[in-house]
Design a protein around this ligand. Structure first.
Ligand code: ARG
Length: 567
């Protein structure tokens, strides 16, 4: 199976290095983990060695296997491979303790390093889009993963709260808005105004000029403009926060684009001093390496735009917030933008620009439908979330009519289903979300993980082991069966998988691992005698159940899924 920890591979590499005359690191890189366990837990393909050692691979393999001498790891050969097999009793005896250690999965590998995560970052007076939903969920999972790895992680919401669209919004409100209804305005009302503005602007050219004028007034701090702007910001924030609450997501900072208004001037000055700013068709740009189009900094009317704001933002996050690593969880359609921003930072001499990462992701469609705010044809996220909870409730009514806290459990299942349907996909892939698939209790879904977790809990509670392992003792003699071995090997890999997910900023690695863990557990549950009348066997197997419960709960929490006690 693919889950063989780095520890194990290093143990093999250490011994093997002497036999083939390579360093331990080189040797570790040569080792493979066979998909088919028939070929052992780890394997050394000898084909690439043949040239250097001037011997056929089969001969190299058999010579290594012959010279290999280890009581805990056996070696045999097949073709040009050496296959290594771990002695189950020896390894399970260590692992069963390891996986039951307090806080198993968390580490301190990122200690002393601060990571700033730009996540969610919706635009004011516009509905929260699917891209923002993905950014919120991926960002939240990364925040939790980095925290579990010992980093000091900071969640920042870079609200889109500045730009010419506010001139349009204010103009539309002045023309068609109803001041008497102002207190009951919603984002939908703002959107309707915005759509109307674009419709009317097609045959009324004065509108665009008026909008530019309002934005100019806003930039100059005009009281009326600022007041209206603030009103739109507060109204949007209230709606966004309602959504964050449903999703169980919090932020450490809300620092919108407007926060950088007074910080852009210094950046522009700096670009000028370094002679990086050049004129192009009346606008000011920074030219970049070949193949990368120049980065637009100032428009021809002198107003600043998105890239200039992001330069000021990055510098602030690095110099004032002291971020060692800056992540931007933003859709892949902004790849060019971030490439340009990071390149400009480099040209300014900021060597830390190499620690800026665009954590890009693909589109998500809902049952084949895309979203568009401009035309006002929008799938409202809140509706999707509500629908998922409603479906989960129906499933529970049907499957578990006597369950207590049905509403609360349905919320955990419905929201969890949506979050997991997103996170189980490699982030750059496009997702076509299907409500039915996401809520399938037997599929690779959030509810399947939650259900498996509930199963572990009820086993433990039945045996009075709800709280902890206490003085439960393990007898490795009972851990050698195929399903047991496979489960324990998978569990033991958990900290490695968290590390890989952090290194690649990819929560799907954790999501897939949790599904594998749940599968391994369910096979163990179906095929092994757990509640044996032999006390030692029962205690030993319950230690595995307990570790499974811990890994599933810990992992689901990292992804942002709730763990109901029953369902
Ligand atoms: N508000 C932007 C949008 O909705 C996303 C902002 C991402 N963060 C950033 N620092 N540019 O497209």
């Amino acid at each position: 199976m693919k889950y063989v920890s780095r520890d194990v591979l290093e143990t093999i590499a250490e011994k093997l290095a002497g036999l083939i005359g390579f360093t331990q690191e080189e040797t570790a890189r040569l080792l493979e983990v066979p998909q088919d366990t028939g070929f052992g837990d780890a394997a050394l393909p000898c084909f690439s060695l043949a040239k250097q050692l001037k011997k056929p691979p089969q001969l190299i393999a058999s010579q290594i296997a012959e010279a290999w001498n280890d009581a805990q790891i056996k070696a045999d050969t097949a073709g040009g491979y050496v296959n290594f097999r771990l002695n189950r009793q020896a390894f399970t005896a260590q692992w069963v303790h390891r996986v039951n250690e307090e806080g198993f999965g968390s580490s301190q590998s990122g200690q002393g390093r601060r990571v700033i995560i730009d996540m969610s970052s919706p635009n004011i007076a516009k509905p929260f889009g699917i891209g923002h939903l993905r950014s919120t969920m991926i960002g939240n999972a990364l925040y939790r993963l980095y925290t579990a790895a010992g980093y000091d992680a900071v969640r920042v919401n870079h609200l889109g709260d500045w730009g010419t669209q506010f001139g349009k919004q204010i103009t539309a409100y002045q023309r068609w808005g109803d001041p008497k209804r102002l207190t009951s305005y919603t984002i939908q009302d703002c959107l309707d105004l915005y759509v109307k503005f674009h419709e009317e602007a097609d045959h009324d050219p004065t509108l665009e000029a008026e909008a530019r004028d309002w934005f100019r007034r806003l930039e100059q701090g005009d009281e009326e403009a600022v007041q209206l702007w603030r009103f739109f910001v507060d109204l949007s924030l209230e709606e966004f926060k309602r959504m964050y609450k449903v999703l169980g997501v919090e932020f450490d900072e809300y620092l919108g684009e407007s926060f950088y208004n007074d910080k852009i001037g210094a950046v522009i000055q700096n670009l000028k001093d370094k002679q990086l700013l050049e004129e192009s068709d009346g606008a000011m740009v920074v030219r970049l390496r070949e193949n990368i189009p120049p980065c637009l900094i100032l428009k021809s009317d002198g107003t600043t735009i998105y890239p200039a704001r992001d330069l000021a933002t990055a510098i602030y996050r690095r110099e004032t917030m002291k971020g060692d690593l800056l992540l931007y969880v933003v859709g892949s359609e902004q790849s060019l933008h971030f490439t340009q921003v990071f390149e400009v930072l480099k040209r300014m001499g900021h060597t830390w620009a190499r620690d800026c990462r665009h954590v890009a992701f693909g589109l998500m469609k809902f049952e084949g439908k895309k979203m568009s705010t401009r035309r006002g044809r929008v799938i409202f996220l809140e509706d999707v979330l509500k629908e998922a909870v409603q479906h989960a409730l129906e499933i529970l009514e049907h499957k578990r009519p006597d369950l207590e806290n049905k509403a609360e459990t349905a919320e955990a299942i419905g929201i969890g289903a949506i979050i997991f349907a997103d996170l189980k996909n490699y982030r750059l892939n496009e997702i076509d979300f299907s409500m039915q698939d996401a809520l399938n209790f037997d599929g690779e879904t959030g509810p399947y993980l939650q259900y498996t977790y509930v199963r572990t809990r009820s086993l433990l509670e039945k045996e009075g082991h709800g709280a902890g392992a206490g003085d439960m003792a393990a007898d490795p003699a009972y851990l050698a069966g195929d399903h047991t071995w496979h489960l324990l090997k998978t569990l033991h890999y958990y900290p490695d998988q968290i590390e890989r997910a952090v290194e690649t900023n990819d929560p799907s690695l954790l999501a897939k691992y949790l599904i594998d863990t749940a599968h391994a557990f369910n096979r163990f549950y179906a095929n092994e005698r757990i509640l044996s009348e032999l006390e030692a066997e029962k205690e030993t197997k319950l230690l595995l159940v307990r570790a499974t419960a811990h890994v599933l709960a810990h992992g689901m929490d990292l992804l942002g899924l709730k763990t109901p006690a029953r369902m």
